[in-house]
Design a protein around this ligand. Structure first.
Ligand code: AHM
Ligand code: MG
Length: 334
């Protein structure tokens, strides 16, 4: 028996604190929550329902799609298109924006999402997640275009992720701190279990894919080299390393015990500024990290201040514990 606060109750109570709130946004978040529960169930059933494996198709980024990339994209769209809260959506798995079909009313919000981030992990039964970002649709626009989505991360009104791990969790911010909810499968509700999540300012744990080391820029080379030298090096302390290849899992670990996560700028492919996508990966995670007291940066600028030029644009990402991220930013200035 739970006496805990459900995510629905939590969102409604947040809404009551905002004078003039209509309930529109609360209702949108409820649809997002429902989508995440359906995805949690699909991910959890896995092979039992034949959803693992590749779909033999490619997305706009040239990446082979998994069956679950396509199915979860469909789930997220279907859950969120009908209620009249959104004007359009943008997804990692859709080449162009997704306009709300004519038979449904249009709303005042835009949502960008990655329905199944880290999906290379799905077939090996390692944690994956859903990431989403909500902004207001520009004033007076009822038929948004791709350009209308190009709003900097500082304008996000909500960001969140669902982590499908040993437990399914939902982590949310509406600009008033970060709260984590755990899915109780017996009652089908997300219950507030991690109120007011904060990232410790210091850490001795870093995350980076070192197979890209030869392509990194000098500041990242220096930072990692100093960490690896441990007690005998200039940092005078031993560091630990983790790489899940699932950004949601890495960010969740950092929110729980601190750390620094990097998918930095490299010269592997000069046409790409990094691997991760600004609109539906880096921006929402940056809002969450900053709201939890961390820092999120490209090394050269605050991620949320980057002016987007495309819905699928890539951006270098360095985020996590304040003092370590700031150290690496200072190496970029030298
Ligand atoms: P995806 O959106 O195609 O799943 O890619 C994003 C993922 C992140 O979750 C993770 O941090 C990164 O890609 C891992 O990349 P790599 O396979 O290069 O280690
Ligand atoms: Mg992704």
């Amino acid at each position: 028996m739970h006496n805990g606060v459900s995510v629905t109750q939590f969102i409604i109570e947040e809404q009551r604190r905002l004078p003039g709130a209509t309930g529109d946004f609360t209702s949108l978040l409820n649809d997002v929550v429902s989508a995440c529960k359906v995805i949690a169930n699909l991910v959890n059933k896995g092979s039992l329902i034949g959803v693992l494996g590749t779909a033999e198709t490619e997305n706009i980024q040239g990446e082979t799609q998994k069956k679950l990339d396509i199915i979860t994209n469909e789930v997220f769209i279907k859950s969120n298109e009908w209620a009249g809260h959104l004007a359009a959506m943008a997804s990692e798995e859709e080449d162009d924006i997704y306009p709300i079909p004519a038979q449904y009313p249009k709303g005042k919000y835009l949502m960008s999402f990655d329905p199944l981030d880290g999906s290379s992990n799905i077939d090996v039964n390692i944690s994956v997640g859903t990431i989403f970002s909500i902004t207001k649709c520009p004033e007076g626009i009822t038929e948004p275009t791709r350009e209308d989505f190009l709003i900097p991360g500082t304008e996000q009104i909500c960001a969140g992720y669902a982590l499908y791990g040993p437990s399914t969790m939902l982590v949310l911010t509406t600009g008033n701190g970060v709260n984590g909810f755990t899915l109780d499968r017996d009652i089908g509700e997300f219950i507030l279990t991690h109120p007011n999540m904060t990232i410790p300012a210091d850490t001795r744990e870093f995350s980076i894919n070192t197979s890209n080391q030869r392509f990194w820029e000098a500041p990242v080379q220096r930072y990692i080299d100093e960490c690896l030298q441990g007690k005998e090096g200039p940092r005078g302390e031993d560091f630990n390393m983790r790489w899940v290849a699932s950004m949601v899992a890495e960010v969740h670990r950092i929110l729980t015990r601190g750390g620094i996560f990097m998918y930095p700028k490299d010269n592997k492919d000069p046409s790409k500024a990094g691997k991760l996508r600004l609109m539906y990966e880096a921006n929402p995670m940056s809002m969450i990290v900053e709201q939890a007291g961390g820092v999120s940066h490209t090394g050269y600028e605050r991620i949320m201040e980057v002016q987007p030029n495309d819905i699928h644009q890539r951006v270098p990402v360095i985020l996590g514990s304040k003092n370590e991220v700031e150290r690496l930013i200072s190496y970029h200035k030298n």
